[in-house]
Design a protein around this ligand. Structure first.
Ligand code: MG
Length: 256
């Protein structure tokens, strides 16, 4: 069921999203050659808690027998790791890497979700283009995140933009509604047909998140049961914001 948020609920969403955005900024400042993804995780948790929020990803159930709940406060996914990378003291960022940080702040019963891909030192031109195209794809998608358009219009715009730039979207994971729960209806694929899907209405809050690979779209899962990788070992990038559908332009709640 797709929930329409009330004014007071939207205010709480705004606050959780602001904290998520501020946390990304602190992570961006900390990223450098030699830092581990576990150190970034600790920074994120500290920042979120300093604003009275908690990292919602920590303890998120895997839904799979034998796979423990997610242990990190953030997902930190390096290079060909697309999403759901588990922070580790053994994963040390180095010059030329790209790292996707996906995090969710939870406060007063509501979640704010955003992801960015950062560069470490000097990266390849391909990596720069991949990050740019992934970010732009989000903005292409939200041109249609308005009252009266359908979800398929958003999905189609994202997928077309990525394909036209020579990259691929993954199909097994998608954006989602968000609010009291981190993952609510509707699912928001990064590909689709225009004119299909639910009609967007003011008060919907959606996490729209292109996940893009520089090579083929095929994925595989790591031995930890969480991490998702490109099968062809090509680079990947992720860009996500929580947005609010309004009577006019969408409001990007996680861009502060
Ligand atoms: Mg996210």
């Amino acid at each position: 069921m797709v929930t329409i948020k009330s004014k007071s609920e939207i205010e709480k969403m705004r606050e959780a999203c602001k904290i998520a955005s501020l946390t990304q900024k602190e992570i961006e400042k900390a990223i450098k050659d030699g830092i581990s993804t576990m150190e970034l995780d600790k920074i994120a948790e500290k920042v979120m808690r300093s604003y009275g929020a908690i990292p919602a990803e920590k303890g998120y159930p895997s839904g799979m027998r034998g796979v423990p709940d997610f242990p990190g406060s953030i997902c930190a996914s390096v290079n060909d790791n697309i999403i759901h990378g588990i922070p580790s003291k053994n994963v040390i960022l180095k010059n030329g890497d790209i790292v996707s940080i996906d995090l969710v702040a939870y406060k007063d019963g509501f979640n704010g979700d955003c992801a960015r891909t950062y560069t470490v030192g000097n990266v390849s031109d391909e990596a720069k283009k991949l990050i740019e195209v992934t970010k732009n794809a989000f903005f292409e998608g939200i041109k249609f995140a308005k009252k009266g358009f359908r979800l398929g219009d958003v999905s189609h715009a994202i997928g077309e933009y990525v394909n036209n730039n020579g990259f691929s979207v993954i199909k097994e994971f998608e954006g989602h509604g968000i609010g009291r729960d981190m993952h609510e209806d509707p699912g928001i694929p990064n590909y689709g047909k225009p004119g299909r899907g639910i009609r967007l209405e003011p008060g919907m809050t959606l996490a729209i998140e292109p996940m893009v690979t520089a090579g083929k779209p095929d994925i595989c899962q790591g031995d930890d049961g969480w991490s998702i990788w490109t099968l062809d070992e090509s680079l990947s990038a992720h860009y996500e914001n929580t947005i609010l559908i309004t009577e006019k332009e969408p409001e990007i709640l996680t861009l502060i």
